[in-house]
Design a protein around this ligand. Structure first.
Ligand code: GLN
Length: 295
């Protein structure tokens, strides 16, 4: 006779049948260490594993999960426990009430970026037929949100990453938006002969030595980091985007919570006027609006 040693502690023991409520409870306890939304994450991952809507979990807490479902759930759980964002595990993220595809080639769209969209829409009358430029579009979140709200405008969305543009293009296709053109290139370079009424950008703005990068390690570094003080891309945009704007044109830039004054100084140094900072829903300065001149 011999004793069977217990295996390494799995969050979910797949040797016995397990009820939905028990599996969720264990998973939530484990996820609490890496996630502010442990229960929601666990529920979403379990739903993916059993291909059921979330309502099923509440209606059938005593359902026993089969081994294949447990294996699928464990695999997803391990990724989340390793710090991978839910958006990459699921392949989507909601932004401006639309479900967008994301991939590790794109930043995960953030809720605070909806402020940039909101401010841009305030600048664009409902029936405007303007040319609008989004620089560093990533998953296309900002351009897609504006294009959806202003169907008579034409959006040009530029990114230096072909892989990101592929995601953005697919997002626009799935949402049946035909008023966006995606263009590969470095900031303003591919559109330097064009003119726009509004330019928006959520550029990389994290400092190269920012400790926060540790928890952002799954996201593309080039989409996050911009030099020692995080302001290199914003300096480039402040210096180059004015030449592409109509005389009444406006530039809207997202930036870090501590960068408002520096961003304002950079913009003023490049001759921008009417420079105004706006706070996001968390109360952090997040977007600065600047005009080309005279206002
Ligand atoms: N808002 C992101 C973060 O700090 C950074 C995004 C960016 O650099 N554009 O998590």
């Amino acid at each position: 006779m011999y004793a069977i040693e217990p295996g390494p502690a799995l969050l979910v023991n797949d040797n016995v049948n397990m009820r939905i409520d028990a599996v969720l409870k264990d998973a939530v306890a484990g996820l609490a260490a890496v996630s502010d939304s442990a229960r929601l994450d666990a529920e979403i991952l379990l739903c993916r594993s059993i291909d059921m809507p979330r309502s099923y979990l509440f209606a059938h807490p005593d359902d026993e999960l089969d081994d294949a479902s447990i294996d699928r759930f464990n695999a997803l759980l391990q990724r989340r426990l390793g710090g991978e964002p839910m958006a990459y595990i699921m392949g989507t993220r909601e932004f401006w009430s639309r479900e967008l595809l994301v991939s590790p080639a794109t930043l995960v769209p953030r809720p605070e970026t909806e402020l940039l969209v909101d401010l841009a829409l305030r600048e664009i009358p409902r029936k405007a037929e303007w040319q609008i430029l989004d620089l560093g579009t990533g998953s296309g979140a900002i351009a897609i949100a504006i294009a959806g709200e202003r169907r008579m405008c034409h959006l040009t969305a530029v990114d230096i990453s072909a892989a990101a543009l592929a995601v953005a293009t697919e997002n626009a296709r799935q949402l049946s938006l035909d008023n966006i053109t995606f263009t590969l290139g470095n900031w303003t370079e591919p559109v330097s002969d064009r003119r726009f009424r509004v330019i928006v950008s959520n550029p990389p703005y994290v400092r190269a030595d920012d400790q926060a990068l540790q928890s952002l390690r799954y996201e593309p570094r080039d989409a996050l980091v911009s030099g020692a003080d995080g302001l290199d891309a914003i300096r480039t945009l402040a210096a180059t985007s004015g030449a592409l704007l109509d005389d009444e044109g406006v530039l809207l830039l997202e930036h870090g919570a501590e960068q408002r004054d520096e961003v304002a100084a950079i913009l003023a140094g490049c001759g921008w006027t009417g420079i105004t900072g706006y706070k996001d829903f968390a109360g952090n300065p997040r977007v600065t609006v600047a005009r080309k001149g005279g206002k």
